[in-house]
Every structure is written in structure tokens, then in C-alpha cells.
Design a protein around this ligand. Sequence first.
Ligand code: PLP
Length: 343
Amino acid sequence: MITLPEKISLANLPTRTYKLQKLSEKLEKNIYIKRDDETGVELSGNKVRKLEFVTAEAKSQGATVLITCGGIQSNHARATAVAAIKLGMKSVLVLRESEKGHAEGNHLLDLVVGADIRFISAKEYAEKRFEIMEDIKKELESQCETGYIIPEGASNGIGLFGYINAMKEIKTQEEELGMKFDAIVSCVGSAGTYAGLVVGSKLYNMKCDVIGFNIADTAPNFQKRSFEYIKECCNYLEGISPEILEITEENLIITDGYAGKGYALNVSADFEFIKEFARLEGIFLDPVYTGKTLKGMVSEIAKSNFGLEPNNPMADFSQYQNILFIHTGGLYGLFPKAGEMSF
Ligand SMILES: Cc1ncc(COP(=O)(O)O)c(C=O)c1O
């Protein structure tokens, strides 16, 4: 019996999991989708699952203000601002200023819910965002408020439980569907979703490969980062360690090669893929996370169908027949990209 930490219910769960008929026919595999983009409207996507656990911890520590950070179009920052409202709290969002334009997408929604937004430069963000958030926490103390700092993407030990819990949900859905996934695919942006799924797969004895596609940075860096979160997460689970779960940094399967020009940067092929998928299955992907991830997965499956070498030998899709893609949301990030799309 595995006891997870307390959570506050914020997401519409369980999310739908079903077969993508047309994509399955095209790729000659059984491709399923888990619609975590449907966890909510205001609190949508993968972040809300993490925030269920993170905000419970914040509340238990007496926090009155959630402090977090991200890019100007951060889905996580927007979800945090909304969660704060729903829980009778306030939020301070530390956002990277380099991308500042007129308010749209997630930034617009941050303003609509009245988040306290503090812009910092890309340099400051890279070098001292933690320090800046600590200073904000002190500033709040002088106003008799108690701040709780949530790292980028709510990716930390407690945040991982969102996707440990999702894995439990997937196991139940497998039973309902009468089938077994042999690969589960997710995006890797700050790695909490991926790392949570890996821990969940071991805790619930799923016997499947959990494959991440990084949309920025490099796979080795994310293996390192994921492993750190996994160690941190195990501190919440009595008697559990990465060794017991047989998780090592090296056996984390993250496939490189699909980040394109870098975080939140797109080429026209990304938008073509998003349009093609919307026209095939009637589902919207986002340009920063899910578009690049599914494009990567489809490319790797196509390569395996032609007997070509995979980008990551640990994730050779020729060995999988039943594949689950987790749609982690992000639709609001499509709107600020309208100018880059052609029709
Ligand atoms: C829509 C969406 N999908 C995927 C991710 C990546 O998840 P994670 O940060 O847990 O790696 C993010 C955030 O980074 C996101 O906003």
C-alpha cells in the first residue's frame, strides 16, 4: 500500500484516455492519448496535477501567497495564479522580461486574475531567480503575509506526486480498457511530469517504458535533473529510494533531437505538424511542448517502421505496439504564435 502526501482537489480527474484511430492506422501501432489538456479551463494541463500536491503543502505550512517563476507565456505561472485565487491566496509571478510584448495568451490571463507580476531580465532569470523569489518572500513577511516558493514548472519532490498519481490513474484505465501500454510518452520541459511518471511506473509496477522528449536543453542534463527530483520525491515516501525502485540517472529514457531551435522557438514544420494533427484527429497541440513532443514521437515511430536507427537506442519504437501519449495542455501558448503561422 503506497500512501501519497495530502492533496487539494483542483483538477478534473480522471482525464479521458482513448485510442487515436486515424494516427494508429497511419503509423500501424495502437496510439492512445491521455487528455491532460482537459484537466480544466482556467487550471488546465499538466501543471494542475502538480499543484494539487504543492498547494496542499503550501497550505499546511500556513502560506498565504504563492510565489513562482517562468517565461512570459508560462502555463505553470498562469495555473499558479488561478490556483491561488481558488484557494483564497495571492500570487506573485516572476516572469522573464526578454519575451515581453503586448499581453496575450497566458500573460493576458495572469493579468485577468490579478496576479502580482514582477518582470526580470533573461540574465537575472538564469542567474538569480531563486534569490529574487526569496527576497519577495521576505518582502511579503514584512506585510504579514507568508510566501511559499514554487520552482519553475512546479518540478520538485512534492510536485512529482501529481504524475505519480496520474500513473495510478493510467493503471486503472488500462484495466478498464483491457489492455497494457508498453510505452508512455511525455514532454520534458522542467522534467517534473516525466520524473513523476517514472516513479509512478515503478511504484505501481507498470512494466512499461516511460519515454520523455525534451523540448529544450539536452537529454543528459534532463536525466540529471530528473534524477535529482526523484531523490527529493523519495524523501516523502517512507522506505523508498531510487535504488529500491531500480531507477538510475542512466536508465532514464529521454530522447533528444526534437527541441528544434530551442525553448519556445519554432520553425514552420512545427506549425505544419500542429495543423496536420488538428485536421487528422480534431485535437489542438501547443507549439512549445506537446507539438514538439508528438512530432518527435511520430518521427521516431516512422523511423522504426522503416528500420532506421532511433535517436535514443533505449527508445526504439519498433519494440512497442501499445503507446500512450500524454497531452499535457498548453493551448493558450498557441495564440501568441499566430503571426508565425501561415494558412
Ligand atoms: C503544456 C505543457 N506541457 C508540458 C510541459 C512540460 O512539463 P514539465 O515541466 O513537467 O517537464 C509544460 C511545462 O513545462 C507545459 O506547460
